[in-house]
Ligand binder design. Structure first.
Ligand SMILES: NC(=O)c1ccc[n+]([C@@H]2O[C@H](COP(=O)([O-])OP(=O)(O)OC[C@H]3O[C@@H](n4cnc5c(N)ncnc54)[C@H](O)[C@@H]3O)[C@@H](O)[C@H]2O)c1
Length: 215
């Protein structure tokens, strides 16, 4: 990522994946241009907020017909560094790890799954979805040899933070963590936590409101 993008406000960066998703859907539908009003409706924000995001930070090319969908997508792709290939491993070759290895969006975001690592000796040597499972003993060596920069943590809570710390010392700087454990690094290591449980709880809460309204 070039230096200028580091200065982009965090609240805007957080919005970019959603902008990307909605604009990509529009592109697939054959749309070339989109107005700030339509985009605002999809995003659930005001048209003036969309205009502010775009005019100040993103593609500044509103010409009567709307914003050029492909041009904005290209800019977001560059901003989020999606085209750079990021060699990635999955730690934990169980249900979650295996499903993730099949998820196309990883590749679309530049995360190329190179290997699984697991402590279960029955899985060592197996090939799942075309990806080999290695024993945890080999992890440091593998990271260095294959220039691994990202890891997906799909293993039970126990030991996760120690494993993350250990592999960060071999050069992994990006973690997608599916575990409820919280850990931080002093160095330049980046973590995105995924908690489906949070979404389920919010869904349950929203559903309860709806049901209470019916009473
Ligand atoms: N955050 C989320 O949204 C979310 C969603 C689903 C699952 N999870 C969590 O992800 C984890 C994995 O779920 P699952 O359904 O795939 O479980 P699973 O039991 O099917 O798979 C876990 C795998 O991790 C391996 N493992 C255990 N300890 C290890 C270690 N120290 N090093 C390397 N590998 C190790 C096991 O051998 C197993 O193959 C669970 O902790 C679960 O709670 C989180």
């Amino acid at each position: 990522m070039s230096g200028q993008y580091r200065d982009y406000p965090k609240h805007l960066i957080r919005k970019l994946p959603r902008y990307y998703r909605y604009l990509n859907e529009q592109k697939q539908l054959g749309r070339e241009y989109i107005s700030s009003n339509e985009l605002a409706l999809l995003m659930g924000i005001s048209p003036s907020q969309v205009r502010q995001d775009f005019n100040r930070f993103l593609y500044n090319g509103y010409h009567g017909v709307g914003y050029n969908v492909s041009a904005i997508l290209e800019q977001i792709t560059e901003l989020l560094d999606l085209k750079t290939k990021k060699n990635t491993i999955i730690i934990g070759a169980g249900n979650l790890g295996q499903s993730l290895s099949n998820y196309d969006e990883l590749k679309n975001c530049g995360f190329e799954i190179k290997a699984f690592f697991d402590i279960n000796p029955k899985l060592t040597g197996a090939v799942i979805n075309g990806i080999k499972v290695f024993d945890m003993d080999k992890i440091g060596e593998y990271i260095e040899a294959e220039n691994i920069v990202a890891a997906i943590l799909a293993l039970p809570t126990e030991g996760t933070s120690e494993i993350a710390r250990k592999i960060s010392e071999y050069g992994v700087t990006m973690f997608l963590n599916f575990n409820p454990v919280f850990f931080e690094f002093e160095r330049d290591v980046f973590i995105e936590n995924v908690h489906i449980d949070d979404n389920l709880m919010m869904l349950s809460y929203k559903g309860a409101g709806e049901r209470n309204d019916e009473k």
